[in-house]
Design a protein around this ligand. Sequence first.
Ligand SMILES: [Zn+2]
Length: 245
Amino acid sequence: MNLFDTHFHLDLYPDPRAVVQEAERTQTYVVAVTNTPSVFQATQQLINSSRFVRPALGLHPELAVERHRELPLFQQLLAQTRYVGEVGLDFVSSDKQERLLQERVFAQILEWSHQAGSKILTIHSRRAEKEVVAAIGAEFKGTAILHWYSGSLAVVEQALANGLYFSINPAMTRSKRFADLLRLIPADRLLTETDGPFVQIGQRAAAPADVAQVVAALAASWQKTPTEVRQLLFTNLRRLLIEPG
Ligand SMILES: [Zn+2]
């Protein structure tokens, strides 16, 4: 069963084409997120006719102030891909104006994605987990994946009630909260990611095939074989690709 990485920053690697070739060779499915609409088209070209790598259209919350004028471009490009990300909210900044602008940008992206239907979103929620889950709501027409979730367990419950998914990366499996998250999140709501190059494996930036580390950690904690975990996770991916959400 194929491995997959639902959150990977292809355009931030020194040799993205080599990463695409490696994904082809290892048959690892990759959602290549982008941080601004203006880099989406360049990323599309890098990916070219890959069978395994898909480009996602994004507008990173930490770039909302600088790049919110690219929203019309976002709207224009949305029909070209089923994948949206990296989008969301980041409340590390306590600046009120900035938070408001981030919320406006994210609400707009959610609205367009909802209208389009069946989009798959990979979402950043650092220090704004509650706000992100509330903004998505329970009626969203599409799939919302909370990437690198680091919020409270109470918000996890709300997210699950709203039908959201969680993508787990190798760094998360090394954190103290990993066991708590796994107790709460059912296996059929889990996906794998690396968030490379932000996640490091030793001294190097993570590659998509490093999701094998997440598979190994899940196998250890569920007392299953890695093959069984790969099958289970792939079933989740297939379900969200088939269902309109
Ligand atoms: Zn990211």
